[in-house]
Design a protein around this ligand. Structure first.
Ligand code: ITT
Length: 189
């Protein structure tokens, strides 16, 4: 039976699917209409999201919430990343950062898995890096063209393949944790 990833974001689904396949897990994308709660921490958003999706689907599933936290902007846009990306975009973010010498930022990801009758189980990861001075690259989505991970080779996420990004990214490592746990759990059944 396929494991459901409840998301409306096809890029996130593509990234997770590639990793799932390596664990022999088949993923299915389902978009469950839901108004996300506003909170300052991703955990507080993903946990009720997973519970809601699980109740609506009546099936085990997971959701993932992510955000870009910029140090010079005191963590902005953080949990508001989707709204900020759609309003300011990458050009707007670069403008906000124009006079900042401190370019440190991190992407955070919280994956929340839930099965009917159970409580959400969370898997979190982050990736540190810097905000560029100009957008670079065409792959990926969202803030990928303006983020260079510290563990990489000076390329932005948007200049990497999906598997390269997955190897170091917040989402890649958080879903990897979920898939390892899920595979073990499945083997015990
Ligand atoms: P869901 O349906 O899964 O909620 P979403 O697009 O709303 O999809 P998030 O709330 O988790 O996803 O992400 C918030 C925004 O943060 C997202 O729209 C992007 O603009 C940005 N973002 C998250 N992860 C990213 C990544 O890996 N690379 C670039 N930008 C990312």
């Amino acid at each position: 039976m396929a494991l459901i990833f409840s998301t409306g974001n096809r890029h996130k689904f593509k990234e997770a699917s590639e990793l799932a396949a390596r664990h022999g897990i088949e993923l299915e994308q389902r978009g469950v209409p839901y108004t996300e709660i506003q909170a300052d921490e991703l955990e507080k958003i993903s946990s009720p999201g997973a519970l809601h999706a699980c109740i609506m689907l009546g099936s085990p599933c997971f959701v993932e919430d992510a955000g870009l936290f910029v140090r010079a902007l005191r963590g902005f846009p953080g949990p508001y990343s989707k709204y900020v990306f759609h309003t300011l975009g990458n050009e707007g973010m670069l403008k906000l950062m124009r006079n900042e010498s401190d370019r440190a930022a991190e992407f955070r990801s919280v994956v929340a898995y839930c099965r009917p009758g159970g409580k959400p189980r969370l898997f979190s990861e982050k990736v540190e890096g810097v905000i560029t001075f100009e957008a670079r690259g065409k792959s990926g989505f969202g803030f990928d063209p303006i983020f260079i991970p510290s563990k990489g080779d000076d390329r932005t996420f948007a200049e990497m393949s999906t598997s390269e990004k997955n190897g170091i990214s917040h989402r890649g490592r958080a879903v990897e944790k979920l898939f390892k746990w899920y595979t073990k759990k499945r083997a015990k059944r």
